[in-house]
Design a protein around this ligand. Sequence first.
Ligand SMILES: *Cc1c(COP(=O)(O)O)cnc(C)c1O
Length: 228
Amino acid sequence: MSLQERIESVERRIVAACARSGRKREEVQIIAVTKYVTEKITGEVIRSGLNKVGENRWQDAQAKWEAFATEAEWHFIGHLQTNKVRDVIGKFQYIHSLDRLTLAEELNKKALSLGIQVNCFIQLNVSGEETKYGLPPDQLFTFAEQLSKLSALNIVGLMTMAPHEEEAEKVRPVFRELRNLRDELNSRQIFTCEIPHLSMGMSNDFEVAIEEGATWIRLGSILVGKLK
Ligand SMILES: *Cc1c(COP(=O)(O)O)cnc(C)c1O
């Protein structure tokens, strides 16, 4: 399948998932995860209209970012080491993997020195798998209190990665839990503004994620897998 055909097929499935759950198509945005592909394919993805791009390592992203910095909105979705903050700050408009205080403090410090705000998602390890990054959900509210004091961080949502399951239906509780945590966070009014977003759902489970309220889905292999 060509890139265009893949995009059209994914689009139909998103529209159907929105319809099933009574949501509007505009409530769901696609992050095209380009970590598997070259700069050339990344350029094609951006020109095809998918101009929100996700990468999970700066080493892999750098050449693409330098080529298309202003043509796309950049989302950093991978685990972020504290000593790599200086590479990504000011380049990625969104960081999806904020999961600990030391990282938050470093992001805040660097952002203050640049005079910018950084949009962040708090990454939670909802499934509790040992191999997954993310904050344990029972620490969310304490962490949020700490984040609310860091003036250069703009917390926009929660993010999670579900376990890989052949049957996507099995991970529905993970997505539902993330939505409940966001709602609880908002009802506690820890942040001055309401937190609207849920970054959840990947190639194998994005429809279930949409049904459970995802506002950003992160799609890699289904869009660009094996394109050369
Ligand atoms: C790679 C990656 C994705 C995309 O995964 P696919 O299954 O290929 O769609 C989404 N989110 C994160 C954090 C990733 O690292």
